[in-house]
Ligand binder design. Structure first.
Ligand code: RIB
Ligand code: CA
Length: 323
């Protein structure tokens, strides 16, 4: 059976980096065509360098392109208080031997979609603000015909993490989210309702940190930074939000999903960046419900699949890097 073609758009970011490790552990199940970086957790310079170094370290031999330096309308945010000054929990990855593409990420996305074999489409996995994808859709409207679906980490049916009702990836660029939500492309929103359950507990993080496994240890160290330096320490667990879109692709059975129509508040004020998930299925024709939102996740299964994958990935890396 033909493997699903995937492009990753991300803002590494501790959980983006762990998601890239999980992707690398499962890369034989997909055709990963490239990684595009977008301003979000840290500056575009830092997230692009992080994407390149993390991808190479975990063995993802794919092109990496630098994307939008900030949101479509407002000034760039950053989440240094969560992800550290370097964006990776102050963990250092070896400098990649490869280089970032000269081509802008939005142009890379367009070219890659244009060069697809006739009738083939790409699944976008997005774990940062949706700025790159929104710009692609505005500059090249026909690009959406080549996108099978967008599985993204962002938003929530209920709650927020930047404000009481807005999640970071959407809050960082709600105008971009609105463009994507209105595109008609099938969407799967992996929001906080599910990702707050997709965590690593303190004891699990400690075991990863103490392992001699090159993938498990650095992911434990990154998760440990967030666990010890944010409100996660009071929960005794840290959400690994950005793994969820990948885990949904590989293990949809551990999630509860509902069909919905997505919209987002873009007006300035206390509700800016709030996602609105219309769950009134009875009010809409089936074909109008082109999107879904994850409402729940099996925490133990998430932890089992993620931890197993990190150790398996590390086994393939032993000997490549000094431990
Ligand atoms: O709200 C969590 C999301 O915001 C994650 O993607 C994290 O990396 C940050 O980008
Ligand atoms: Ca992210």
């Amino acid at each position: 059976m033909e493997k699903r073609r995937i492009i990753v758009d991300c803002d590494p970011g501790v959980d983006d980096a762990i998601a890239l490790a999980y992707a690398a552990a499962n890369q034989d199940k997909f055709q990963i065509l490239g990684i595009t970086a977008v301003s979000g957790n840290q500056s575009i310079e830092k997230v692009t360098r992080n994407a390149l170094n993390v991808a190479e370290y975990f063995g993802l031999d794919v092109p990496v392109a630098r994307g939008m330096e900030g949101p479509i309308v407002k000034e760039p945010l950053s989440a240094g208080e969560i992800h550290g000054e370097n964006g990776l929990g102050q963990c250092e990855f070896p400098e990649a031997a490869g280089a970032v593409l000269e081509e802008h990420a939005v142009l890379f996305l367009y070219r890659t979609l244009k060069e697809l074999p006739k009738g083939k489409k790409v699944t976008m996995i997005a774990t940062g603000p949706l700025t790159n994808i929104a710009m692609l859709l505005k500059l090249f409207p026909k690009a959406k015909e080549k996108i099978l679906e967008i599985i993204f980490m962002g938003g929530a049916v209920m709650g927020g993490n930047v404000t009481p009702s807005a999640e970071f990836n959407i809050y960082a660029d709600p105008e971009a989210a609105s463009i994507v939500f209105q595109s008609g492309i099938p969407l799967v929103m992996c929001g906080l309702d599910a990702t707050l359950k997709c965590t690593l507990k303190r004891n699990q993080v400690m075991k990863l940190c103490q392992s001699g496994n090159p993938a498990a240890k650095i992911c434990g160290d990154m998760a440990g930074f967030v666990l010890e330096n944010t409100s996660a320490k009071y929960r005794g667990e840290v959400s690994i939000h950005d793994v969820v879109p990948w885990m949904y692709l590989l293990h949809p059975e551990i999630f509860t999903a509902k069909r919905t129509i997505l919209s987002v508040e873009c007006a300035d004020g206390p509700a800016r960046g709030t996602t609105i998930c219309d769950l009134r299925w009875w009010d809409h024709d089936e074909e109008g419900l082109t999107s879904a939102v994850l409402l729940d996740a099996d925490q133990e299964k998430f932890q089992e699949y993620l931890i197993t994958a990190l150790y398996e990935l590390g086994e393939t890396m032993k000997g490549k890097y000094k431990e």
